[in-house]
Design a protein around this ligand. Structure first.
Ligand code: PMP
Length: 388
């Protein structure tokens, strides 16, 4: 036992991620169908893997520039402009990071002063509130509702703003709800953000996985590019989670601040992964589109099936998560997920780990084969009949 006081108070106060507990339970069981993991079921395209192998064969094993290979930043700049109509300068507005995760961290640390509030729109990715706390800020929750398809309402945003509010974190398409904010909705949200002079940390990691409506970046809305820190990466759209590569685009002054943190803490992202990402942007788009279509077919299947077996599920416009309501079972999301795992060997994530407004729901990743999804639905239906 070590002396009390060795661990920092900020870290002592953080709760461990609620997702891991279920993975650990499931890992020790046989025959589990997992809808738990939030990552693509595709292996990274072969041409991307080959580019990484080639970079090693050519002996490119040194550090890159702190902000990342200039060639890659130039490619990111072209990609962002072409795909999302957001112009960023490769020299001083783009930093290549260790996943979107590191981008979120340096974005918050670059802007938050001790005690300033950052609005976190729940249900959301489990890292947001802990990252705000670790940056010395105060995470302040806005709850979104099932009745609004988990969309952020401008009035609710306005009501949450105080004199201490510095920024808001927005994720569209969202993890865990799959909800995508449309252009009109973003315009209304942007009005409030501009009126109160806030910054936005826009997590657009699922931008390539939009199914019903063309994806709009909040940075593309009039007057927003100068107050947006835009985060994206290769993990989801390009099926490259293990490569740990993302990027962040921001106004020059914020980029310079983030680069200070990046150079002292990370130096640069993995060189091999950067060469792989270069190939992904140059030639990987047809594969991204093929994967998107495959997720879309699975989305259609799983949402229809949940509604058919009596679990009300809104139609998620993007990402690869369905977020059905389990309210009618009378179980909490923790009870539902645990009993479903132990009795029927299906792993899902209880909605409450994504914030209080996720209670009454479960997150089901449909980045699994159609056969696995069919098997999961069969087992969940049997489970529901038992619980009636
Ligand atoms: N943001 C969201 C909303 C995510 O779902 C994830 C991954 N689950 C990340 C960021 C982190 O992505 P990366 O692998 O690029 O660090």
């Amino acid at each position: 036992m070590i002396k009390t006081g060795y661990i920092s108070k900020t870290i002592t106060d953080l709760k461990p991620s609620g997702i891991r507990r279920f993975f650990d339970l499931a890992a020790n069981m046989e025959g589990v169908v997992s809808l738990g993991v939030g990552e693509p079921d595709f292996v990274t395209s072969w041409s991307i893997r080959e580019a990484a192998i080639a970079s090693l064969e050519e002996g490119r094993t040194s550090y890159t520039a702190n902000a990342g290979l200039l060639e890659l930043r130039e490619e990111i700049s072209r990609y962002m402009d072409k795909e999302f109509r957001v112009p960023y300068h490769p020299e001083n507005q783009i930093i290549v990071t260790v996943g979107a995760s590191q981008a979120l961290d340096i974005a918050l640390r670059a802007i938050v002063n001790p005690g300033e509030e950052v609005l976190v729109v729940e249900p959301c990715f489990v890292s947001y509130a802990p990252l705000v706390s670790m940056a010395g800020g105060v995470p302040k929750t806005i709850h979104t509702l099932k009745e609004n398809d988990f969309k952020l309402m401008p009035e609710e945003l306005e009501a949450a703003i105080t004199a201490q509010t510095k920024a808001i974190m927005i994720c569209s398409p969202n993890n865990p709800t799959g909800t995508q904010l449309g252009k009109e909705e973003l315009i209304h949200i942007a009005e409030v953000i501009k009126k109160h002079d806030l910054l936005v940390i826009a997590d657009e990691i699922y931008a390539e996985l939009a199914y019903d409506e063309e994806f709009t970046s909040i940075a593309a809305i009039d007057g927003m590019i100068d107050r947006t820190i835009l985060i994206n990466g290769f993990s989801k759209g390009f099926a490259m989670t293990g490569w740990r590569l993302g990027f962040v685009c921001a106004p020059k002054e914020i980029s310079e601040a983030m680069l200070k943190i990046h150079q002292y803490t990370m130096m640069c992202a993995s060189t091999i992964a950067q060469y792989a990402a270069l190939e992904a942007l140059k030639n990987g788009m047809p594969d991204v589109e093929e994967m998107r279509r495959s997720y879309l077919r699975r989305r259609n299947y799983i949402v229809k099936s949940f509604n058919e077996i009596g679990l009300e599920c809104h139609n998620p416009g993007g990402a690869f998560y369905a977020f059905p309501s389990i309210a009618k079972t009378g179980l909490t999301s923790q009870q539902f997920a645990e009993q479903l795992l132990l009795e029927e060997r299906v792993a899902v994530v209880p909605g409450d780990v994504f914030g209080d407004s996720g209670e009454g729901h479960i997150r089901c990743s449909y980045a699994s084969s159609l056969e696995q999804l069919q098997e999961a639905i069969k087992r969940i239906e049997r489970f529901l009949i038992k619980k009636k």
